[in-house]
Structures are given as C-alpha cells and as structure tokens.
Design a protein around this ligand. Structure first.
Ligand code: PXL
Length: 276
C-alpha cells in the first residue's frame, strides 16, 4: 500500500488539518501516517483557542522512523504552528527524503487577503523556504501573493494569476496548483508545470458559498488521489469536484456548522470519483 506522512496540526474540533487529512487520505486507499505539530482546542477561527506546540517531537519521530527503515511515497504538509516549526519540518523532509518520494506543500497560512490570526508578517518568508522544496505547492491566491510579496488583489485576471504562480515556482517549487483560481468567467484550479513551462486549468462551477477548511479538504483528496496513482490532472479534478460536493452538501444541510464542511457525507462521492 502507498504511504503518505502528513505533517500538520491537530485541531481537536473544527474539521481541518489532521482531522480531515486522515479520513480523506484513508478513503483514497492510501495509508496516512501523521506528525501532529501542535494540538489546538479548535482551529484559529474560534476565539480563545488553546495551543500546545509539539515542536520538540518532530525530529525524534523522524529519527525513530529512519531507524526503523520506514519510507514514504509522499510528504504532505499543511498548517504549521510557528515560523520556527517550519525549519524543523524542512529538516524532517530532508532526513527522510528518498529519490522517488513526492514533497507536497500546502502553505496553509492565509485566505481572502488575510493571514490567519496566529501568524505575523515574518511567517510567509519562512513558509517560502519550505514551499521552495516542493515538488507540488498548493496555495490559494492569498497565499501565493504573500509568498511572492505581491500585493493581494480581490479581483484579478488570468495574466496576474499566471504571473504570481510563475513567480512562486521561480523559488523552487516544481509544480504549483493554485486553488480557487477565479478570473474572467473562469473558476477552478490552475496548474503550472515549471519543467514544461506549461499551464493547465481545471474549470468547475463556482458555488456561491465559502466555508472553512475547504483548502485542507482539497489538498488531502488531491494528495491521496495522486499518490494512489492518478495523473495530476485527474487528481485535481477529483479533489476539486469532491470539495465542491462537500460545499454543496453543507450549503443544503439544515444541521451544518459554521466551522467546517460536511466532508463526511461526501466520502461516498469521493470513492465513486476515484473508481470512476
Ligand atoms: O488550514 C486551515 C487551518 C488548519 N489548522 C488551524 C487553522 C486553520 C485555519 O484557520 O486555524 C489550526
């Protein structure tokens, strides 16, 4: 069985990071090992959340695995608790890296033009160092702007999106998958392959609703589908359509919560798309 290690926080309540990565990667038929980088009572959109940094566990866990001869088909990182932690995650990747494994980095740190509450202005600089070792980086437009020091625009055109994505990959990421790409009458996911200098756009219906945690749902489904053997364009399609289905279900559900989407109810849809 293929095996991914996903490295991100565990928000005990809130349906994001590890609490969505584990079930979604498992649903794709791929083993998910985890490194919880911090334990939070909730994600940071709640007020008064608690946070226990597990920084000192990251490298000992990696060392134990190395001694056990454990290898991974992919690394997948998401939300990290601090700028200092990013350096440790980068070291963990270099310690456990082999020739064939993929490094997938979701620079989860911002959305809708704003940084998440726990981060300061220095955070993007550190995150850029990690993003630069990615085989595949998975930013949204806000993150791509912060990482490249480009002023954020609420509205932008195709040229702007392509320029930001190209600039991000110029720091080292081999492929960039821009989620929630929205310009002209197009909405979807923009893929840039720097080795081929080639763009590909997966277009989908834009649903008029925004929920928390959808970036993590996309990244988890994408990573599972890709490592499970789908070509990158197909993994993008599966993840984009699964995320859209999660949003649709949540929008139409009378008992949904503000803090996350009902990704659980759409798992049969994900499995169907993976088998289809
Ligand atoms: O990737 C979203 C996310 C993950 N983990 C924590 C968060 C957020 C977004 O706010 O606060 C703790």
């Amino acid at each position: 069985m293929k095996r991914i290690v996903t490295i991100q926080d565990i928000s005990c309540l809130g349906k994001c990071s590890l609490t969505v990565a584990l079930p979604i990667i498992s649903a794709t038929g791929v083993e998910a090992a985890i490194i919880p980088t911090a334990v939070l009572s909730t994600h940071t959109m709640f007020k008064n959340f608690t946070c226990k940094d597990l920084d000192d566990q990251i490298l000992p866990i990696a060392e134990h695995w190395k001694n056990e001869g454990i290898t991974f088909d992919a690394f997948y990182t998401g939300y990290l608790a601090s700028a200092e932690q990013i350096g440790k995650v980068k070291k963990l990747i270099s310690d456990l890296k082999t020739d064939g494994n993929l490094v997938i980095i979701d620079p989860a740190m911002a959305d809708n033009g704003k940084m998440y509450p726990a981060f300061d202005e220095n955070f993007p600089r550190e995150m850029l160092k990690l993003t630069s070792v990615a085989d595949i980086a998975l930013p949204n437009i806000t993150e791509a702007c912060y990482l490249t020091d480009t002023p954020y625009r609420e509205e932008y055109d195709e040229d702007f999106a392509k320029e930001v994505v190209r600039k991000l990959s110029s720091f080292g990421a081999k492929k960039v998958v821009l989620t929630g790409a929205s310009f002209g009458d197009k909405y979807g996911v923009l893929l840039y392959d720097s080795e081929k200098d080639d763009f590909y756009m997966y277009e989908q219906e834009k649903i008029d609703a925004a929920f928390h945690g959808t970036g993590d749902i996309f990244s988890s489904a994408f990573t599972g589908a890709l490592v499970g053997g789908k070509p990158i364009e197909k993994a993008i399609e599966i993840a984009a359509e699964y995320t859209a289905e999660c949003i649709r279900i949540t929008k139409n559900s009378p008992d949904s919560n503000w803090y996350g989407v009902d990704f659980e109810r759409a798992i049969p849809y994900l499995v169907e798309k993976l088998n289809g």
